[in-house]
Design a protein around this ligand. Structure first.
Ligand SMILES: C[S@@+](CC[C@H](N)C(=O)[O-])C[C@H]1O[C@@H](n2cnc3c(N)ncnc32)[C@H](O)[C@@H]1O
Length: 227
């Protein structure tokens, strides 16, 4: 089984992403859910930052659905980013809309990855920060929280964080996968609007008046909340 850190060639990138999609077909529903949260919260031409974007799986879905998307994806792997750039740059969105796709190499945990956003004039103006199947790869709760605090600082007032990640599974324990309750507590401690009453009893939940939403798709928990 090839790991993201070992992927080099286009053929390795394709088989790596194909395996992610084969093992967890709910990734497509999760990507659609994240896209729908941005559509509900933003006007046309949203500014979207993606954490640990890999080869551009979610970026491709966003580009197909969000008119005039302006996207900046960050990842540790230059090979995945190079593939994502060639996959997505320069082609029109699904309805011929012009989209702008940027990709930047960074270690989200140890680098000041928000600096390029300052240079691009995006700091404090971002409509949505998104991520799929990646937060648990960033490390423990403190490390994830550190990245989400930085993410929050890039958002405009009322901007949203929307992500899906693998939840803790007692049958297949993983040191940095967490329960819905732990995600909610982390989001709250980062300063996002999270309701006092937990929504975790609901399998699928439309957003409340603060834009908070949580849903489950197989092993995935999806979360959306406002700055
Ligand atoms: C399971 S993959 C998911 C990739 C992509 N989000 C997708 O769903 O197709 C996890 C990604 O996290 C990236 N990653 C892991 N640790 C990282 C870090 N510290 N900073 C930036 N990216 C990281 C990996 O390079 C990889 O692309």
């Amino acid at each position: 089984m090839i790991r993201s850190a070992d992927v080099r060639t286009d053929s390795e990138v394709r088989s790596w992403e194909a395996r992610l999609n084969r093992e967890r077909p709910q990734r497509r529903e999760v990507a659609a859910w994240i896209t729908s949260r941005i559509s509900a919260a933003s006007a046309d031409s949203p500014l979207v930052v993606e954490l640990a974007c890999g080869a551009g799986f979610l970026a491709e879905v966003l580009k197909g659905q969000l008119s005039g998307l302006r996207h900046c994806g960050f990842d540790l792997s230059p090979h995945l980013l190079d593939f994502a750039l060639r996959r997505l740059d320069g082609s029109a969105g699904e309805e011929g809309n012009f989209c702008t796709m940027h990709f930047r190499c960074a270690n989200l945990v140890s680098d000041d990855w928000t600096a390029p956003l300052v240079e691009m004039g995006w700091a404090g103006k971002v409509d949505a920060v998104v991520s799929i199947q990646a937060l648990h790869d960033l490390g423990d709760l403190e490390q994830q929280k550190h990245v989400l605090e930085q993410a929050r600082s890039t958002l405009r007032d009322g901007g949203i964080l929307a992500y899906g990640d693998l939840l803790y599974d007692a049958k297949n324990p993983h040191s940095s996968r967490y329960s819905v309750e732990e995600h909610e507590a982390m989001l709250h401690s980062c300063g996002f609007s999270v309701p006092d009453t937990s929504l975790t009893d609901c399998d699928r939940q439309d957003s409340d008046s603060n834009g908070f939403a949580v849903a489950r798709y197989g092993e995935f928990g999806t979360f959306a909340c406002c700055k």
